[in-house]
Design a protein around this ligand. Structure first.
Ligand code: GLN
Length: 495
């Protein structure tokens, strides 16, 4: 390992300490990330747009601030100089935001998403915008119009999706952390496939302002890093009320106490029977059960619970999400945003632009959603789905009367091969069975590595919490990571 790899191996926590003490300069850290990106990007393809000039400029400014602070004791922003990457579905002012789609190929947002702006205010440095399934519709990052991202643990496999670029970049040590979005699993599933830690917050906890809408009642902004402690650090600076998002919740974030205490006495972990079903890869089941036993060994009480409506989550999600998407995506007509395909009249211009510039999966979702919302079918599909959504939410409410946290697999399998599910949309949708319920119920979920399969691919476990219970999830994962070493493993295939 050379010096550059040493630096890119730093956690956010370690890097902050090193920057504050003057052990390293931010410019060195950012250069190390950029060099690693340059070296690995041709094989992994994790970014759509790189912003090296911006990153180096921010790094130089951070170094000046650190020098000033060391001289005069001036206060410094809490995340000053930490390099991050941003999923290309979140706006960063002045940098193009494609959402993985040709229809936004040249779209440059004039403002930054609130979550992004808050992190910028806290001092982060931006390395670039990461690859994503078109409009976040997918579970493999294969639906991007900008090429496929590869899994750093095995280049023949997908990194998961739709935030696959962010997860792969964190796993490959190209960045210390990254932002993602999770509408049905898009932070947790790629975190699991790439062996990193990823948080999907409670709906309403992090502002959606500046996040390009997919399923507005399900969309959340989340974060990836290599430890729960790092995730907590970033999350604390993204979360909070924002008047520009009508669904943002005005509730103070409790201080995230991730101390070194590893005794879990008094914490009740629920294990839902419905998440250990036939068809799940045995190595996934075994690794998750071993992780639960590990937490039990530290004093937690483990109980079997039931979430009886789990099996309806998939059909309910694949009605509600496409229905919302069909409305949200109506705005891409070649007039207001992005490129257009010229035509004789305005109707042809809409049709040609949408027909040529949307990809196949996006068109499928728009058609599914439009059908579910159409007169005559609305009650039977969309209306019914909303009712069952309430039942799924109630399952969680009842469960959290009995337990503090729910432990389950993230996905039924480890990362599948590139191309394995591309001809079978239903097989791709089935990858989401264990992640969709948390979005339908609006509860937080955290994924982190708990083992490997026989191919050396990471296995993730998911903890789900009561609304606004992120702290509990992060605390448990932190305890787990202090007493195990799975999260310290790193991929070497692409080096
Ligand atoms: N795979 C799911 C879908 O395609 C979830 C995606 C997401 O969370 N953005 O809709």
């Amino acid at each position: 390992m050379n010096a550059i790899d040493d630096l890119t191996d730093f956690t956010v926590t370690r890097a902050l300490a090193a920057l504050r003490s003057g052990e390293i300069a931010c410019t060195e850290l950012v250069r190390a990330c950029l060099e690693r990106i340059e070296r690995l990007e041709p094989r992994l393809h994790t970014f759509i747009t790189l912003t090296p000039e911006l990153a180096l400029q921010q790094a130089a400014a951070a170094d000046r601030q650190y020098i000033q602070a060391r001289k005069g004791g001036a206060s410094i922003p809490p995340l000053l100089g930490i390099p991050i990457a941003i999923k290309d579905l979140l706006a960063l002012a002045g940098v193009r935001c494609t959402c993985g789609s040709r229809i936004l190929d040249n779209f440059v947002p004039p403002y930054s998403a609130t979550a992004v702006q808050r992190l910028l205010d806290a001092g982060v440095v931006v390395l670039g915008k990461t690859n994503v399934d078109e409009f976040a519709m997918g579970s493999s990052t294969e639906n991007s119009a900008y090429g496929v991202t590869r899994n750093p643990w095995n280049l023949a496999h997908v990194p998961g999706g739709s935030s696959g670029g962010s997860a792969a970049a964190v796993a490959a040590r190209m960045t210390l952390a990254a932002l993602g979005t999770d509408t049905g699993g898009s932070v947790r599933q790629p975190a699991s496939f790439c062996g990193v830690t990823g948080l999907k917050p409670t709906y309403g906890r992090v502002s959606r302002f500046g996040l390009v809408a997919y399923g507005s009642s399900l969309d959340t902004v989340g974060v990836f890093a290599r430890t729960a402690q790092d995730v907590a650090l970033l999350f604390a600076h993204m979360a909070g009320f924002d008047s520009r998002d009508a669904t943002s919740v005005d509730m103070p974030l409790p201080p995230l106490h991730l101390n070194s205490e590893t005794n879990l006495k008094g914490i009740r972990i629920g294990v839902p029977q419905e998440y250990f079903i036939k068809g799940i890869q045995p190595e996934v089941e075994n690794a998750v059960k071993a992780a639960i036993a590990h937490l039990e060994g530290l004093g937690a009480e483990v109980r079997q619970i039931n979430l009886p409506h789990t099996e309806y989550a998939l059909p309910v999600y694949y009605l509600i999400a496409p229905a919302e998407a069909s409305a949200n995506l109506a705005r891409y007509d070649g007039v207001r945003f992005g490129p257009r395909v010229e035509a004789e009249n305005v109707l042809d211009l809409f049709c040609e632009t949408r027909g040529k510039l949307f990809g196949a999966e996006v068109k499928r979702r728009i058609m599914l959603g439009t059908y579910a919302l159409s007169a005559g079918y609305y009650d039977a599909y969309y209306g019914q789905a909303q009712k069952v959504r309430t039942l799924i939410k109630r399952d969680f409410e009842k469960a959290f009367e009995l337990v503090d946290v729910i432990a389950a697999p993230v996905a039924p399998s480890t990362a599948f091969k590139i191309g394995e599910h591309t001809d079978d949309p239903l097989a791709m949708y089935l990858e989401d069975v264990f992640t969709l319920p948390a979005n339908l119920a609006g509860v937080p979920g955290l994924a982190f590595p708990v083992g490997f399969d026989h191919q050396g691919l990471p296995v993730g476990m998911q903890l789900m919490g009561a609304p606004f219970g992120e702290e509990m999830l992060l605390r448990l994962a932190h305890v787990y990571q202090q007493t195990t070493a799975w999260h310290l493993q790193k991929p070497t295939e692409m080096d």
